[in-house]
Design a protein around this ligand. Structure first.
Ligand code: 13P
Length: 323
């Protein structure tokens, strides 16, 4: 069993209040990614993008970390905090990008490119990170790639859209693993253009995991944290947002007078831009997870020992660059 499928919670219980009480009692810190449901973001101690979550995990003094996000985020926290208990509310919350890059196949890909520096997106399993030289997130990929020698041949995985974007903005020619995020890859150019015609003053915000033609429509390309910052500080009052729709919760919270319109996916999708894995994290499961201190994310010691090096390298470079 990987999560709390059916276990009920006591009737009439105020879940948010109980979660906060349990967190205090157990010295647990609740961290949430911007893509999880707004109700979960609202009870978290900290809400952030992938880089911020890793940075927070690396410096927390809590005894327990509850990572409300997808599995690789829990793994990263567990690798960075070997003495701490790391919980995720549902082990089924996987990531299509991480799944698209099995470690053994990636290791063969790397072996086929001798002499290349291996740069991996944080959206990978611990085992894939273990065959990586430096990890990046969408917040620091450009700067970390630029910090490598200009003539260094690079293998980049697993997000080919992010990789192509970094190639375009840095002039590098990284060899790309052919992976993609199933949510970001399905935004529709035609539907965004149609939306833009209806809202001509709206600025278009795009996550770099989107395909090139969608990225080219953007007024701002960036990680969830960068898109949020732009939306809050820019003078525009309307934004079309091409990333997982969970981010709209924090955008609307920080800028209640502005209008945020989720960019539509193509017709292959259900009509919404939700990551079904992120949305597996619910208040009910978070409550049960804290109460029973389960499910625990663990990474075997050998994999963790190899995976921590590229993660710490990312954190060190990010610190040096003030990211
Ligand atoms: P950031 O958190 O870097 O914006 O990336 C989003 C994502 O893909 C999370 O899985």
């Amino acid at each position: 069993m990987a999560g709390y499928a059916d276990e009920p919670v006591p009737e009439g219980i105020d879940l948010a209040k109980e979660i906060r009480r349990l967190a205090g009692e157990k010295r647990a810190v609740i961290m949430a990614h911007y893509y999880v449901d707004g109700s979960v973001q609202d009870v978290a101690d900290f809400v952030g993008d992938s880089l911020a979550l890793a940075q927070q995990a690396s410096r927390t003094e809590a005894d327990i970390i509850v990572l409300c996000g997808v599995h690789f985020m829990g793994e990263t926290a567990s690798i960075l905090c070997p003495g701490k208990k790391v919980l995720v509310p549902d082990l089924n919350a996987t990531c299509s990008l991480a799944e698209s890059c099995p470690a053994d196949e990636f290791a063969r890909f790397v072996a086929a490119h001798p002499g290349h520096t291996v740069v991996s997106y944080v959206n990978t399993t611990a085992a894939t990170k273990a065959v990586t030289d430096v990890v990046v997130t969408s917040s620091n990929a450009r700067q970390i790639v630029e910090s490598l020698p200009a003539d260094a041949p690079i293998v980049f995985g697993p997000d080919q859209n992010l990789g192509a974007y970094i190639n375009a903005v840095t002039g590098r020619n990284m060899v790309l693993w052919p992976g993609a995020c199933h949510v970001h890859a399905r935004f529709s150019v035609e539907k965004i253009v149609a939306l833009k015609q209806k809202h001509p003053a709206a600025k278009v915000l795009v996550h770099p995991e989107c395909k090139g033609p969608v990225v080219r429509l953007a007024d701002k390309v960036g990680s969830t944290a960068a898109l949020l910052k732009y939306a809050i500080s820019d003078t525009a009052t309307e934004f079309i947002v091409a990333t997982e729709s969970g981010i709209l919760h924090e955008m609307q919270r920080q800028a209640p007078a502005k209008t945020f319109i989720p960019a539509p996916p193509d017709d292959s999708a259900c009509g919404c831009n939700e990551c079904e894995y992120m949305k597996l994290v619910t208040l009910r499961k978070l409550y049960l997870c804290l109460r029973h201190e389960w499910p625990v994310v663990s990474v075997d010691a050998d994999t963790a020992a190899r995976a921590i090096r590229p993660i710490e390298r990312m954190l060190d470079i990010s610190k040096r660059l003030g990211l």
